[in-house]
Design a protein around this ligand. Structure first.
Ligand SMILES: Cc1cc2nc3c(=O)[nH]c(=O)nc-3n(C[C@H](O)[C@H](O)[C@H](O)COP(=O)(O)OP(=O)(O)OC[C@H]3O[C@@H](n4cnc5c(N)ncnc54)[C@H](O)[C@@H]3O)c2cc1C
Length: 324
């Protein structure tokens, strides 16, 4: 359960803080599915974020961190405790806050964790810096993408992110005046691997990411970015609600091809369907529940195993509670 004292403390300290009570996950995930967050908080800057983590910790309220909600399935009972969205702040016209800010320094871009990956890639392209073209179309925040080591078309966050700044998350109760500790992940300490990272392993809350890029002709960068965008648009059901590829790529295989060859394109459970356009995507045809998606996922795993002997593993992160 949410302790009202946490939201009260945040509101007292930061008047006008963006806190939404009983906010349905269908409003803040690209799947448009899921029960309500007890309280959804969108901090304006690192100071607000650190304060909220600390207030929740000292009141023993569980914290869930989300970005753009583009790789999440929230169960139908919603999320207990404080959900913190590290993304553009709604009260500002341009959505830019310190947590979503972008700065450029020679060949380096420092991006706030709440900035969209596409905005970071656009800034790089405009500045004549190459490296982010393949991943610029991934619809996540910089923080979510770094945690997941998101990748596409041979590109990956690990190839361009050289440092990640974060706040340690320590759920043990302690002195409320303590601030969560800042940490920097660099080099091997980032432990990037396929859809994983050191930040994922320790539950760190990412605040900023440093990208190190190489100079190139802006016209060529723009051309490559446009080509990736065209490929994405022609292959992916971008007008449907989804969380992207639902499954990880098994070594040497493509999840979508395995699902398609098991005859599952268009197969549905309730409002959840295997996309007829790209079998790797589960789409919400309208009114899908998390229960529908999870039942469809289990059926896909079963049938793909029967057909090919390969066990698919979800890439989408499933969070929250079943309805009580
Ligand atoms: C149409 C579509 C296409 C997609 N294509 C791709 C693709 O090509 N390649 C790919 O890799 N993914 C793809 N995805 C999935 C998704 O966009 C990526 O995984 C993205 O990086 C998730 O970022 P997010 O901000 O939405 O994170 P969320 O979905 O909000 O969260 C994902 C995880 O990151 C954590 N997290 C988020 N922000 C932070 C933070 N600041 N600090 C610590 N943890 C944090 C959350 O706790 C959660 O565990 C696609 C999704 C869609 C809907």
């Amino acid at each position: 359960m949410m302790h009202p004292e946490v939201t009260l403390r945040i509101r007292e300290r930061f008047p006008g803080a963006a806190i939404f009570e009983r906010e349905p996950a269908s409003r803040w995930t690209t799947f448009r599915i899921g029960g309500p967050a007890d309280a959804l908080y969108i901090p304006r800057d690192e100071n607000e974020l650190a304060f909220a983590l600390d207030a929740a910790r000292s009141s023993r309220v569980p914290v869930t961190i989300i970005g753009n909600g583009s790789n999440l399935l929230v169960r139908d009972g919603g999320i207990r405790g404080l959900t913190i969205r590290v993304a553009g702040h709604p009260s500002r016209h341009d959505g830019q806050t310190a947590l979503a800010g972008l700065t450029i320094d020679g060949g380096r871009i420092i991006a706030g964790a709440g900035a969209s990956l596409s905005a970071a890639a656009r800034l790089a392209a405009d500045a004549g810096l190459t490296g982010m073209e393949p991943i610029g179309g991934i619809p996540g925040t910089v923080g979510g993408a770094a945690l997941m080591n998101a990748g596409a078309y041979g590109g990956e966050i690990s190839l361009v992110a050289t440092a990640v700044y974060a706040l340690a998350r320590d759920d043990t109760p302690g002195d409320p005046s303590d601030r969560p500790e800042p940490i920097v992940f660099k080099g091997n300490g980032l432990a990037f691997r396929y859809r994983g990272s050191a930040m994922m392993d320790c539950g760190a809350v990412i605040t900023r990411v440093e990208f190190t890029l190489k100079p190139d002709d802006p016209a060529l960068i723009a051309e490559r970015a446009a080509d990736y965008a065209r490929r994405r648009k022609s292959k992916q059901p971008l007008s449907e609600a989804s969380a992207g590829s639902f499954f990880k790529r098994p070594p040497g295989q493509f999840a979508g091809a395995l699902i398609e060859s098991a005859g599952l394109k268009g197969f549905a459970v309730g409002g959840a369907m295997v996309s007829p356009m790209h079998a790797g995507f589960i789409i919400n045809k309208g009114g899908a529940t998390a229960r529908d998606v999870l039942a469809l996922k289990d059926e896909i795993i079963r049938r793909v195993f029967d057909h090919s002997g390969i066990t698919l593993e979800p890439e989408v992160r499933v969070i929250g509670d079943d309805p009580s």
